[in-house]
Design a protein around this ligand. Structure first.
Ligand SMILES: [Zn+2]
Ligand SMILES: [Zn+2]
Length: 307
């Protein structure tokens, strides 16, 4: 029996009912998260009609830790990015501190050359390139990066979905703490739920394998539980947990004692449904606050955890 999966709205509604203090923030982000989740269905047929050529999966590159889209040509993806920006920028404009930039952002995502250069720089991890592009567009770099990640995410999700076998099913082929498809650090991680055998109720697997989730392209991949996704150190005492006492429903922060980075995590063995992981990353922002007070740095900075 597979445990049921929640949508973005269901995950946020449940979080809001359990943590009323987060309600205003969750409400502010709900339209954006829902629109992002709905976009891939619209973009998938556009990808089929585009000139984009899917980079082939090359095991030897993966073994060296090179993500699939690093250095790949993004030719053909601009119509998808423009479509995504058309749907999401009006929603971004309603977020606190974003409104003042909406005209500049609208203009930016109309210019193919600028928008695609920025997308390429983001996927290549080229921060100086991004800073230069932001300066040219008279936008603060964090504002441009936030908008770009929001709009490019659904496009890259459609690309990532084209690879036939999910990364979760090839654990030995990718050992890194960053995403095998787009190279981003994970926004959240989860431990697998217990597996029940329908034919024999007494036969149940323990679950608990760790997976990292990429907020940009939606990829999930297996990762070693005792290792830090940021600095790669591994062994007893490297990774520690922070959790609230009582009623935390498997929600916690995994943090590294060596480099002081952290990633929110949810242990699905302690829940009866599987939340939407992008909504869950936002729904655990109370733990971002606890981590910030402890002087830890988010592995993947998000709009709501940059204090
Ligand atoms: Zn990714
Ligand atoms: Zn570390």
């Amino acid at each position: 029996m597979a445990i049921s999966r929640q949508t973005v709205s269901e995950t946020l509604a449940e979080t809001a009912s359990r943590r009323p203090v987060l309600q205003p923030v969750l409400t502010a982000f709900t339209p954006l998260l829902e629109a992002r989740a709905a976009l891939p269905e619209k973009l998938a047929p556009m990808l089929e009609e585009s000139d984009f050529s899917l980079p082939p999966w090359r095991p030897e590159r993966a073994q060296q830790g090179v993500p699939l889209l690093a250095g790949a040509s993004l030719n053909g993806l601009f119509p998808l990015l423009r479509e995504s920006a058309g749907a999401l920028l009006p929603l971004l404009a309603s977020l606190p501190s974003m409104g003042g930039y909406s005209a500049a952002l609208e203009g930016f995502f109309q210019r193919e050359d600028d928008a695609m250069k920025a997308a390429q720089a983001l996927l290549d991890g080229n921060e100086t390139g991004l800073a230069r592009i932001a300066e040219g567009a008279k936008l603060p770099a964090p504002v441009l990066v936030f908008a770009l990640e929001a709009c490019l995410g659904p496009v890259i999700r459609v690309v990532a979905a084209k690879y036939d076998s999910p990364w979760d099913e090839r654990p030995a082929s990718w050992m890194q703490g960053f995403c095998p498809v787009c190279g981003s650090f994970p926004s959240v991680s989860y431990l697998e739920p217990r597996v029940f055998d329908e034919k024999n109720a007494y036969l149940a697997g323990g679950g608990g394998k760790k997976h990292l989730h990429c907020a940009l392209c939606g990829t999930n991949w297996h990762f070693r539980r005792g290792a830090c996704p940021a600095c790669g150190q591994e062994g007893s005492g490297v990774m520690e947990l922070l959790r609230e006492t009582g009623g935390n429903r498997g929600e916690r922060v995994d943090w590294c004692t060596k480099c002081k980075s952290y990633c929110p995590s949810v242990d699905l063995r302690e829940r009866d449904t599987v939340p939407d992981m992008d909504a869950m990353a936002l729904g655990m922002m109370h733990l971002d606050i606890v981590a910030a007070q402890k002087g830890l740095q988010p592995l993947k900075p998000s709009f709501w955890n940059q204090f």
